[in-house]
Ligand binder design. Sequence first.
Ligand code: F6R
Ligand code: MG
Ligand code: MG
Length: 379
Amino acid sequence: MGEKITLSIIKADVGGFVGHSAVHPALIEKAEEHAAKAKKNGIIIDYFCGHCGDDHAFILTHKKGPGNEEIHKFTWDAFLDMTDLAHSLGLYGAGQDILSDAFSGNLRGMGPGYAEMEFVERQSEPIICFLADKTEPGAWNMPLYKMFCDPFNTAGLVIDSNMYQGFNIQVDDLKEAKKVTFDCPSELYQMLAFIGAPGRFVIKHVYSKKTGEIAAVTSTQRLSFIAGKYVGKDDPVMAVRCQSGLPAVGEVVNPFAFPHLVAGWMRGSHHGPLMPVSMKDDHPTRFDGPPRVVALGFQLKDGKLVGPRDMFADVSYDRARQIANEMADYLKAHGPFEPHRLPLDDMEYTTMPIVMESLKDRWETDTEENKAKASGKTI
Ligand code: F6R
Ligand code: MG
Ligand code: MG
């Protein structure tokens, strides 16, 4: 058996250009510098600096396993350095995802998000890294369900003898910090009872039942729960291994042809369609959106990242983008009304406490006596 490789995607928003719409080229250059140095020093095997909207993502390969201090520390230092640069350029929300000022072993609870998996590289190892902006980790639930559980998306679940056994799927409860693994397909209905509520229950890992191998991982940190108050949507990342007993590349990217509704548009307080875009279009603009996703495809070779191929830069996604734009029009027309606006408890921004306070003397209890008074009758 070959040596184990770790793929880590580590991301943060450390300043937007302009507003919350993109990462400034100088920040990307700074990130490149740090990653190139880490490669030269042998900390990592290879890297790609990706981005989606105002989030920068380090896509890294190494042999140190998930949660490794050296790997997390180098990206933390890079994000701090990028934050300084963001301040000096006057970028918007500089240091937004830097929630702590002291690094203590790994990035848990520090602000940046990460998705990491360790595996023995197969003879040929196709991997797709997904990066999203203006949404939350639960946005991956529906696409992952389709990839690994839905034969109407993934033909291999029915006709590939290495796949029809199904997958074990780990779901995290972000509120209670608990996890459970579902045996799919036999426990699909139980799993759907949870993952249909993506603000709280999030698919974290997927494993092949045939081989026990890891197939997918997502970032599940929820900044709101970490910080104790809302400090922004988490703008999640995900990595999915493909082919040879796992969903084919085409089965992995197909779910995004349906731009499903996700939470996170404008002020983290609105629903919008998740629009699949190429890297050149990964800049949420209209009403700070609509939410975006990019898919970067790589072939791994001895840990080297051969790629990326910009998977959504393809005419077969034109229609999804058109539908997403139409959905955006339709939802936008609801203005401040739900379901465009999120339910009260899920909004990142709210004026409710101050509005309530200012009206506290004007709200009357709607008793029979008051109703009678209003109509001038006595009871
Ligand atoms: C950021 C986001 C944006 C901001 C909005 C207001 O991820 O979703 O829509 O919430 O631009 O930002 P502030 O309050 O910084 O003016
Ligand atoms: Mg931002
Ligand atoms: Mg963002």
